[in-house]
Design a protein around this ligand. Structure first.
Ligand SMILES: CC(C)(COP(=O)(O)OP(=O)(O)OC[C@H]1O[C@@H](n2cnc3c(N)ncnc32)[C@H](O)[C@@H]1OP(=O)(O)O)[C@@H](O)C(=O)NCCC(=O)NCCS
Length: 155
């Protein structure tokens, strides 16, 4: 029988500070750097849930809503919406906070899909997710539709 876990157990919060090396010549955080941090936070979330090594299978449309600037504090939250057989969908949100005003604003959100792999790098099954709150139940239900859409698009 499969293990059942809540998404709270693997929820991952990661913070970074935007350094000059992470930015373009205008001091704006590079998109690829932000996606890398989001990928790391979601990989930690997936691996803690799966108790296996996990690889990124896909990232749904990534939208850069507002720029983050050098010196901003970036907070990334990765939370699992649902697990299937070997794959897991993780909702990742990123905020930037200005140090002087202490104001934070959402800069990015995306769904990442990770697949747990065994010692032979083959997909292996993962524990189920038990959604608790109304928001978690809604995300859980919608995750199946998003998974089916991804499969259709990848064909
Ligand atoms: C992801 C990967 C392990 C899937 O292996 P595969 O043999 O094609 O797997 P299958 O077709 O049997 O599918 C396994 C699961 O992956 C999911 N999956 C496969 N491709 C996917 C994609 N592009 N997007 C989302 N999910 C995907 C399937 O839906 C399935 O989920 P389920 O078991 O929960 O139903 C394999 O394609 C791979 O290793 N890709 C490279 C990963 C990588 O290098 N990532 C970057 C570095 S971490």
């Amino acid at each position: 029988m499969k293990k059942i876990k809540t998404s709270k157990k693997s929820e991952t919060i990661m913070t970074e500070i935007v350094c000059p090396n992470d930015t373009n010549p205008m001091g704006i955080l590079q998109g690829g750097k932000l996606v890398q941090w989001m990928d790391i936070a979601s990989a930690i979330c997936a691996q803690n849930h799966a108790e296996h090594i996990c690889v990124t299978a896909s990232i749904d449309s990534v939208k850069f809503k507002t720029p983050a600037k050098v010196g901003d504090i970036i907070t990334i939250k990765a939370k699992m919406t649902r697990s299937f057989n070997s794959s897991m969908e993780i909702f990742v949100q990123a905020w930037a906070k200005k140090i002087l005003s202490q104001k934070a604003y959402l800069i990015n959100e995306a769904y990442f899909t990770f697949v747990a792999i065994d010692d032979n790098a083959k997909p292996t099954s993962v524990p189920e997710i038990k959604p608790l709150s109304e928001v978690e139940k809604k995300e859980y239900a919608n995750a199946l539709k998003r998974k089916n859409d991804r499969i259709k698009k990848s064909k």
